[in-house]
Structure formats: structure tokens, C-alpha cells
Design a protein around this ligand. Structure first.
Ligand SMILES: C[S@@+](CC[C@H](N)C(=O)[O-])C[C@H]1O[C@@H](n2cnc3c(N)ncnc32)[C@H](O)[C@@H]1O
Length: 235
């Protein structure tokens, strides 16, 4: 099976062309209010069962053999063995757990304590922390060493409160070690224009090295409905 990002969500297809159901990140199909509040917090306030629904959805897809590893494969290919990875907006640990299995030292941070509890339950090894990326300060929590990659997959940035986007990007950049990179992936039509994101990244001290439209390395085009951006510090 290969992963291709399509529409507002990744769609997983097998190599023979059989289609798997599109992954939706929220029960309403993925569209969230883009007013200046955290979209994930709003979802969970509106529906307190949302986090558990999300956890079970991915657990059942994994149990059914769905390929949920496209992002982790991409990141792993960027890294020397035994690298340090920050999974920013880790959710229930889908991406970070696979990178830990590949031998990397993984820290995951997420706003949602229900998802972090599931990550701790399902994936022993990485450090899974509850926290807001807009206030990210891992050295203050005793994690003083920087990261080789900060990965922010699964539309996380489209949930972040718009007024905090630049601060989130700035803090991700600040948590890199020398030579480190930030990798962000999110879909179009979710209230965060790709051009606006790239401008925010630049203001936050990040330069785009590689822009793609999928986690399996297809090029970005004007009409791409997904963005995967590999960014490095400007200096
Ligand atoms: C659709 S989930 C993706 C989870 C995970 N990255 C994945 O791909 O499986 C979006 C996640 O972003 C997290 N998130 C949104 N805003 C955040 C913030 N300001 N700080 C930390 N996590 C945040 C949510 O709690 C949620 O777990």
C-alpha cells in the first residue's frame, strides 16, 4: 500500500488501485471553525466524546491493516539512525510511535490529554507530554537537547488558533538542534492558505527547502490539495 494525500485528508490506496476509505480527522468530515480559537479544543468542547472516537477510529484502522505509516516513512528517510524527533501535535502517537520503533528518540506533545493518555497506553517508549505548541518550552521540562526533526503531521496546524500560528512555528524552530528541520503537512480548504503558511514560516525564522503535495513525494502544483513542507532555520 502507498499513501497519497488527496482532498482534505490523506487517502490510503493499495498498489493495485483498490480504494480505502478516506481518513477523516473529525466526525463532520474535517471542516472546523476557523475563528481565533483552537479548532481541536472547540471540537472536544462541542463533543466530549470526540477524542475517544478519534482514538478508536485509528485503532480500528490499524487493526484492519490500514497503512498509517506514510508520514513516518518520509521522516525516517530524512534521519540518521538514532535521531531525535519531536512529534508536534502527536495525538495518540500514530507517527511518533513508528519513528520510535525505527530506533529514534521521540518526544510527543499534544494539547489533548485524552489522546496523550492513549499514546502512553498504546506506545510505550517515547515521552508523550500534554502541552500547547504555542507555549512549547521543553528545556523548562528538563528536555534540553534539540531535535533533528520536528514533525507536525495530520493537519495539526489547521487546528491551532490562527493568532498563535507564528508562535507555534517559531517555537518548533527554536527546538531544533543544528542541522535540524521542521516538516509540516496539512490539507487545503481548512482555513490556512498554503501561501499564508509559507509567509508565516518565513516570519517565524523558517525557510522552505522542499515543497511537496503528498507524503510519497509527489510535487506541489498550483492546484494541489495537500502540502508537505520541509523547512529549515533561516540562519
Ligand atoms: C487530527 S489530530 C492529528 C494527530 C497526529 N498528529 C496524527 O497525525 O495522528 C490533530 C491534533 O492536533 C493537536 N493540536 C491542535 N492544536 C494544538 C496545540 N496548540 N498544541 C498541541 N497540540 C495541538 C490536537 O490535540 C490533535 O491531537
Amino acid at each position: 500500500m502507498i499513501v497519497v494525500a488527496s482532498g482534505a485528508d490523506p487517502v490510503y490506496r493499495d498498489a493495485l488501485g483498490g480504494a480505502y476509505p478516506a481518513i477523516t480527522w473529525c466526525k463532520d468530515g474535517g471542516v472546523v471553525d476557523v475563528s481565533d480559537q483552537n479548532g481541536w479544543l472547540k471540537l472536544t468542547e462541542d463533543d466530549p466524546a470526540h477524542s475517544q472516537w478519534y482514538i478508536e477510529r485509528f485503532r480500528s484502522m490499524a487493526a484492519a491493516g490500514a497503512d498509517l505509516a506514510g508520514e513516518a516513512r518520509f521522516i525516517d528517510a530524512m534521519l540518521a539512525r538514532g535521531s531525535r524527533v519531536l512529534d508536534a501535535g502527536c495525538g495518540a502517537g500514530r507517527v511518533g510511535s513508528l519513528l520510535a520503533s525505527a530506533g529514534h528518540d521521540v518526544v510527543g506533545v499534544d494539547l489533548d490529554p485524552v489522546l496523550v493518555a492513549a499514546a502512553r497506553q498504546d506506545h510505550v517508549g517515547p515521552r508523550w507530554l500534554v502541552g500547547d505548541l504555542a507555549e512549547l518550552d521543553l528545556p523548562a521540562q528538563g528536555i534540553t537537547e534539540g531535535f533533528d526533526v520536528v514533525v507536525c503531521a495530520g493537519n495539526v496546524l489547521t487546528f491551532v488558533a490562527p493568532s498563535t500560528r507564528r508562535e507555534v512555528l517559531r517555537r518548533m524552530c527554536a527546538h531544533l538542534r543544528e542541522g535540524g528541520r521542521v516538516v509540516v503537512g496539512f490539507g487545503a480548504g481548512r482555513g490556512y492558505d498554503f501561501g499564508e503558511f509559507l509567509a508565516d514560516a518565513e516570519v517565524s525564522g523558517l525557510v522552505a527547502d522542499v515543497l511537496l503535495s503528498t507524503w510519497d513525494l509527489r510535487p506541489l502544483a498550483d492546484d494541489s490539495d495537500f502540502l508537505v513542507a520541509v523547512l529549515r532555520p533561516a540562519s
